[in-house]
Design a protein around this ligand. Sequence first.
Ligand SMILES: Cc1cc2nc3c(=O)[nH]c(=O)nc-3n(C[C@H](O)[C@H](O)[C@H](O)COP(=O)(O)OP(=O)(O)OC[C@H]3O[C@@H](n4cnc5c(N)ncnc54)[C@H](O)[C@@H]3O)c2cc1C
Length: 493
Amino acid sequence: MNRSAASRTAVVSRDSSSGSVADFAAAPALPSGEAVANLEAGLRGEVVRPDDAGYDDARSVWNGMIDRRPALVVRCADVADVRSAVAFAREHGLPIAVRGGGHNVSGNAVCDGGVVVDLSALDGVDVDADRRRVRAEGGVTIGALDRATQAYGLAVPQGIVSETGVAGLTLGGGLGWLRRRHGLSCDNLVAVELVTADGQQVRADEQHHPELFWAVRGGGGNFGVVTAFEFRAHPVGPDVFVALVFHPWDGAASALRHWREWQADAPDEVSSLAVLWHAPAIEQIPQAYHHQPVLTFAAVHTGAVADGERELDAVRGNGAPIADLSAVMPYTEAQQVFDEDYPAGLRYYWKSRFLTELTDEAVDVLMELTESSPSPHSTLDLWQLGGEMARVSTEHTAFGDRSAPLLLGVEANWEDTADDDACLAWARRAHRAAEPFSTGAEYLNFPGFLEEGEAVVRQSFGTNYPRLVAVKNQYDPANVFRLNQNVTPDAPR
Ligand SMILES: Cc1cc2nc3c(=O)[nH]c(=O)nc-3n(C[C@H](O)[C@H](O)[C@H](O)COP(=O)(O)OP(=O)(O)OC[C@H]3O[C@@H](n4cnc5c(N)ncnc54)[C@H](O)[C@@H]3O)c2cc1C
């Protein structure tokens, strides 16, 4: 849905994500030129320095709010490069940022004055169709993974915007259109290959480093640099049925209540979203509704197309929609339905809440927040959960409690720096307003910077947190990998 809100080219602008606007006029101090030259001489990849022509490009991430100036970007070409980059940063006492797809709203894929371990060039995907196993390197995007697996009629559960990185998404959980049928992305991991803080290259699976393997399934980038993921894949497509229905605002509350009842009993083949936002200016939506508040239902049925058409009739027949863009489409296309709504370079600040229920009062709160949003690009997203992802016990992976029936994503998305304060305040207000309906946990892949600090990480991992600390103590006691939703080791040294 093209809202043509901003250029698709990443731009670098002032970084207000840390809550204050720092002065970045001075270039960060570098280790000696000789040390950097020695590092580079040993790489298959390359080093990008602050005075290189490609520096601004190399330090740009998807969120236009982020403007950080690393000392070096190491564009790794293989595992040996990753080991060298980690060793170099440690030797020189520099912070390390790990970049997979560069899409995390927090901008943790880049840091001031440190070393960016950039995995973008590690983009290989190997599909073993007979065993339904897929090996994806650490810099692969969802779109690349989908293309490779769909060539064999397979899919790995991933997120719903194709330019997002597989790495960050999977390490933090991974919610997509297959979540209720085949679980989270991390539930489909069979193994990871990882470079640890002390430079070891290990394979973690159920038999080898089992605690590490437990921790990377939801525990984020805390434990090392994952150079490759091995996933289970599932037969999907090639075509699937996608429901995409837009409701006028005056019918939104009743349509949302209807969706609430329907989704509670929907089959596992269906994963759906209800989005409260402002209508994009696309030709399929009557012009009178452009940029007006609307409610959108998006649902994908990944079973047989005829079953999908039948099951999703209930969503399509609900109320009096202003547009129904539902269609049969290739799975790879379904995976890109929202791509154009998330251009690189726009300004983004997100939060989330797992909800215990969607009460009538919560519906009213979400409607008021939508009406008062300072940006037409912002959204409140209700993710239907349950199904296979909820059948995995809390203890089985690091991800945490899965009993919440819904997840609320609060997305402040806007264009102008002049709107920063209003948009940040709106997201924070929405986050606070949803608190009474929430479990207290957040989906840690969504937030921008966490003002609440460690407390929210601790609360979101819940009873799994002490076990995560134990794994952190073992594999990263010095907290080398701390630019993430950080699990703090007991005694950092
Ligand atoms: C447009 C958009 C759509 C999204 N849609 C979804 C969705 O549908 N479902 C969902 O669950 N989430 C979704 N997300 C959230 C997404 O899961 C996180 O932003 C995720 O961190 C992105 O991963 P990345 O590799 O692109 O990020 P990066 O910014 O590159 O990395 C994020 C963090 O992950 C860690 N990391 C990255 N790569 C590695 C690695 N190879 N080894 C170790 N650590 C690593 C690092 O700590 C890094 O700071 C979306 C985000 C965006 C921006």
